[in-house]
Structures are given as structure tokens and as C-alpha cells.
Design a protein. Sequence first.
Length: 114
Amino acid sequence: MNKRTLRAAMLVFMLIPTMASAQQVAIRGAGMSTCGSWVSGDRLDRLNSLSWVLGFVSAASVFRAKEFSSDGKYDAMNGADADAIELWITNYCSQNPLKKLWNASTAMLIEASK
């Protein structure tokens, strides 16, 4: 198994409890808003929610750095910028309006780890 596949598998296994039930993990802030509100909200609401997503992604990078990098550097989104992240979340939320923003963010991290 190559390093990238192993990394993806480990991330998926760590996120399964989060994906299974919001009751198991304390999600706060904009992460609890629906994808439908992401898609239909105004620009200010979207930027507010994007800030939450970027914080979520940053936290994933911080907590994963020790496991996947000998020098402590790790980017969970493999260099994707805020515009690319916003587009990914928008596409996901357009197809899954009843999901929560944390679901979209978790799905994006799993996809990026593949």
C-alpha cells in the first residue's frame, strides 16, 4: 500500500465516527448550517460560512501534520486555495442541500486525501 493510499485510509477511518453521527462530535458555529443555506444564502453569509470551512480544513492540517509529515508540515487540501474550496463545497451542497456544512467539509477532506 503506497503512502497516499495509507493516508487516505487513515483519514477515512478517523472521520467515520464524525460522519456517522453529529451526536458523537461537538460541531459548533456555521458547520451546523445546512448546505441549502450555503447555496441560497447571500454573499456575506457564504463568506462567514467559508471562514468556518477554512478553519475546519486548517485544523485538519494541524492535527494530521504529526502523523503524515516528518517536518511537521501538512496540507489536508494539497494546496487548494479558498476559491477552489468554495467551489467544491458549492458543488457538494448543490447536490446535497439537506446535509450540514460539516458533512460537506468532511467529504471534501476525504476526497482530497485520495
